[in-house]
Design a binder for this molecule. Sequence first.
Ligand SMILES: Nc1ncnc2c1ncn2[C@@H]1O[C@H](COP(=O)(O)OP(=O)(O)OP(=O)(O)O)[C@@H](O)[C@H]1O
Ligand SMILES: O=P(O)(O)O[C@@H]1O[C@H]([C@H](O)CO)[C@@H](O)[C@H](O)[C@@H]1O
Length: 141
Amino acid sequence: MAALAGPVVFTNGVFDVLHRGHVTYLAQARALGGSLVVALNTDASARRLGKGPDRPLNAQQDRAIVIAALEAVSLVTWFDEDTPVELLAELKPQVYVKGGDYDMAKLAETRLVEGYGGRALAIPFVDGYSTTQLVRRIRQA
Ligand SMILES: Nc1ncnc2c1ncn2[C@@H]1O[C@H](COP(=O)(O)OP(=O)(O)OP(=O)(O)O)[C@@H](O)[C@H]1O
Ligand SMILES: O=P(O)(O)O[C@@H]1O[C@H]([C@H](O)CO)[C@@H](O)[C@H](O)[C@@H]1O
């Protein structure tokens, strides 16, 4: 496999049902560097996040195929833990990003990445787009 172009940007999440907020977010993340790595929670890890008894709705292989099809995304990987901290410690990307629904100052990921000289940034949240809201609306229809 060809080496990833630097600086490598890394993000993580469930990305269960893709929406415009995700696409905007991933495009902005990719623009911060030369390549974008997306680490998905495995199904077991996603279930432990408490998003709902039937979440994730899409299985990990299906979520990976959808995310990998996006132009912004260079590589998709997995993590089975509760946070991506172990994977970050192994990969040591130059840039770590999450959406503006997170306070970066409170994340263990930020402490780790800044500890080895990387940057941790939040990408502005696009209001009105969330998988949980979408699933709720579909169920009420
Ligand atoms: N509307 C949005 N604007 C910008 N970033 C977003 C938005 N929604 C999610 N993100 C970011 O995308 C990543 C994956 O988020 P996630 O899969 O939890 O989406 P979600 O829509 O918030 O899902 P859920 O409602 O199930 O929690 C996270 O880093 C999150 O910060
Ligand atoms: O899709 P989500 O719920 O935004 O992704 C979560 O992000 C958490 C974040 O990195 C703070 O630790 C992570 O811990 C969790 O496993 C999900 O990936």
